[in-house]
Design a protein around this ligand. Structure first.
Ligand code: NAD
Length: 416
């Protein structure tokens, strides 16, 4: 029987921050600074639904730490969004931006809603209401949202428009926008491309090649589908992908290009005809793949299923997919875990490029953008692997050490 595990995600992140801060000798007052959110906003979002009835949703925006630059982080629409989850994700953004060394602080936002149950009109009304409630919280040099689970470029376009009605034309207020209003084509797949680059880099670090390695991916949304696509383009064999409906397996390797095209046109894993479908998506964890990429929800690998994992590498496409217990257990079994704040940081780097081009009112060449992404990801991987080797740390502890050190030094430089 499946076990439901509810762990406070914010406490779990803070435990990791404190471990790094204490190892670095950060004093107790600064430890408090690094584990405290600067601003927590909760808003009520009343909208009239399509039947003319009033419905009230809850929305959140949390600023965790802004010493290295404007706050940056996605907006999630999901029924399980709550304040602790948003605080945890905001904190992860602080460390992620620091690890990948871009000039942003950490933020996150969300609305407790299942967007699939709303019509397009209801979704747009809710998004405009949320933006209005945050009109003094977000801004191009203050706090820049982006898509996350359940949100999309279209929703970012509505946020830009609603903010612009109040403050004037401001494309840099949001990233992950449609390309015809200031988005950049490279942002859409940047997280998945970054996951693929980091997977290849970590294998190389361990004397292995990506070519021919088997990969299983949980989630076939933005992060999962582009991770699978880029890994297969780089020579890996993606043997399974899963989503909320179930799992699609093909031991000889899925045709990910065809699958992504099929799902992109509104098709499902079940009706793709590209592999064997099973509605029990959890079977993904039983597969003998070299690399497992959880790219859906948080805390999906926990005490109840961690012993089933057979992968040798776990690369965290999602934010916080392992509970602390599962993380410790898997590392004790010799599984190499690449943490979210390194593995999925390509998305925020892509967002940084979009923001910079909006601010400069100057588009970059697409090829330059890809090379720059590669450069940022390679530098982040190098910082983490060097720190891990130097201090004998796991990649997660090393990534937090790199991030905490950079944020701490910035706080000191600003006279905090
Ligand atoms: P998305 O909404 O595009 O896709 C989510 C996918 O997860 C969907 O395929 C959905 O069917 C699947 N899913 C949901 N519940 C599932 C379950 N129980 N089992 C298996 N699959 C399930 O979301 P996304 O933007 O791809 O984000 C996924 C994760 O990556 C989140 O943790 C998010 O915070 C993180 N992330 C996203 C970005 C980004 O740029 N989008 C960047 C960094 C991190």
């Amino acid at each position: 029987m499946a076990i439901t595990v509810k762990i406070n995600p914010y406490s779990a992140v803070n435990a990791r921050v404190l471990r790094a801060a204490q190892a670095l000798g950060v004093d107790a007052n600064y430890q408090r600074l690094l584990t405290t959110c600067w601003r927590e906003v909760k808003v009520a979002l009343p909208i009239l639904d399509d039947r003319g009835e009033l419905r009230v949703f809850e929305g959140y925006r949390v600023h965790h730490n802004g010493v290295r630059g404007p706050y940056k982080g996605g907006i999630r629409y999901h029924p399980e969004v709550d304040l602790d989850e948003v605080k945890a994700l905001a904190s992860l953004m602080t460390w992620k931006c620091a690890v990948v060394n871009i000039p942003f602080g950490g933020a996150k936002g969300g609305v407790t809603v299942d967007p699939k149950t709303l019509s397009e009109r209801e979704l747009q009304t809710l998004t405009r209401r949320f933006t209005h409630s945050l009109k003094h919280v977000i801004g191009p040099y203050h706090d820049i949202p982006a898509p996350d689970m359940g949100t999309s470029p279209k929703i970012m376009g509505w946020i830009m428009d609603a903010y612009g009605l109040l403050h004037g034309y401001s494309p840099a207020v949001v990233t992950g926008k449609p390309v015809n209003i200031g988005g950049i084509p490279e942002r859409n797949d940047a997280t998945g491309l970054g996951v693929a680059m980091i997977t290849r880099g970590i294998l190389t670090e361990h004397g292995e090649e990506l070519t021919g390695k088997t990969v299983a991916v949980q989630g076939f949304g933005n992060v999962g589908s582009f991770s699978a696509l880029h890994l297969s383009r780089l020579g890996a064999k993606v043997i399974a992908v899963s989503d909320v409906s179930g799992i699609l397996v093909r031991e000889g390797g899925l045709d990910v290009e065809a699958l992504a095209a099929h799902v992109g046109k509104g098709g499902s894993l079940r009706d793709s005809g590209l592999g064997d479908f099973d509605s029990a998506g959890g079977k993904l964890f039983d597969l003998k793949a070299d690399v497992l990429i959880p790219a859906a929800l948080g805390h999906v690998i926990h005490e109840g299923n961690m012993r089933r994992i057979k992968a040798r590498y776990i690369v965290e496409g999602a934010n916080g997919p392992l509970t602390p217990e599962a993380d410790a257990y898997l590392q004790s079994q010799g599984v190499i875990v690449v943490p979210d704040i390194l593995a999925n940081s390509g998305g925020v780097v892509g967002s940084y490029f979009e923001w910079a081009q909006n601010i400069q009112v100057q588009p970059w060449k697409g090829a330059e953008t890809k090379l720059e992404l590669d450069r940022f990801m390679a530098a982040a991987l190098r910082s983490v692997t060097v720190t891990a080797k130097k201090h004998g740390l796991s990649y997660r502890d090393a990534a937090f050490t790199v991030g905490v050190e950079r944020v701490y030094q910035a706080a000191l430089a600003r006279g905090h």
